[in-house]
Design a protein around this ligand. Structure first.
Ligand code: ZN
Length: 261
């Protein structure tokens, strides 16, 4: 206790003799706290920034890049991170700013992010992006064979994904787009761009509603899980013994592969 007291006294002494140092310390601590609080937001912002920068390097005469598009249709609103329109295809990019080890397969319901020993499950981004492609395909009245789905993770992630559709990282994103060289769409790229732009929801309240809808869905699913009901098919959730220990999954397996986080 004596040591603690003398250390505190010395600190008070140092700062009272040097108010400038005190101010600097307060500023550094405040910045540190703010960075910690807003870290996920900063990460997200930086991730989007790098993707925009990479896509911006595509030849402007051949590719049109659209960022953060919200399309509303009868199924609800779809928030699409990036769209690259070209005569070589329409690339629909879903950006996931996740790091750690990412594991998943094409037809899994959930993919898994491993951070050390902790696992976080998230909706299969290929399924999510397929919904986006469907909405664009309806809007542009173009068959979905003209759309190329790309799931893009941050460069820090380690990806272990077994699937035929493209799952990549920011640094390889542009090359993935450039791999497509056959002209498959014969219409004017700018016309397609204008259709998307004119249907893009810019109304902030609708955009906010989109986020609220997702939150409501998450809360609703949690409520069902608490009652041991599968949010996907309505069957009972049961405790199972897996390769890596116990987990809670749908009793309707293998028809339904729902696993509780
Ligand atoms: Zn189920």
């Amino acid at each position: 206790m004596k040591i603690v007291k003398s250390v505190i006294e010395r600190i008070i002494n140092i700062y009272s003799n040097n108010p400038k140092l005190l101010l600097e310390t307060i500023i550094i601590i405040t910045i540190g706290i703010l960075l910690k609080l807003y870290y996920p937001k900063i990460r997200g912002f930086m991730g989007e920034f790098w993707v925009k920068l990479e896509l911006g390097k595509l030849p402007k005469d051949k590719y049109v890049v659209l960022n953060d598009i919200v399309i509303k249709d009868e199924k609800g609103t779809h928030q699409i991170d990036h769209i690259v329109i070209s005569n070589f295809g329409i690339f629909v990019i879903e950006m996931k700013n996740y790091y750690g080890l990412i594991k998943g397969r094409e037809f899994d319901d959930k993919w898994c992010q491993h951070l050390g020993k902790t696992k976080y499950y998230f909706v299969n981004p290929i399924h999510q992006n397929y919904g986006h492609i469907k909405s664009l395909s309806n809007l542009l009245k173009l068959d979905d064979k003209y759309f190329i789905s790309i799931i893009c993770f941050s460069n820090q992630a380690k990806i272990d994904a077994k699937c035929s559709s493209i799952v990549t990282q920011v640094e390889f994103l542009r090359n993935e787009v450039l791999k497509y060289r056959d002209i498959i769409i014969n219409c004017n790229v700018n016309e397609l761009k204008n259709i998307i732009i004119s249907n893009n929801v810019v109304d902030k309240s609708i955009r906010k509603q989109h986020i609220n809808d997702i939150r409501f869905k998450v809360n609703h699913n949690k409520e069902l899980e608490r009652n041991m009901i599968c949010p996907k098919c309505g069957s009972e959730l049961v405790t199972k013994n897996g390769k890596y220990g116990k987990f809670i999954g749908c009793s309707n397996y293998p028809k339904c592969k729902y696993i509780m986080k």
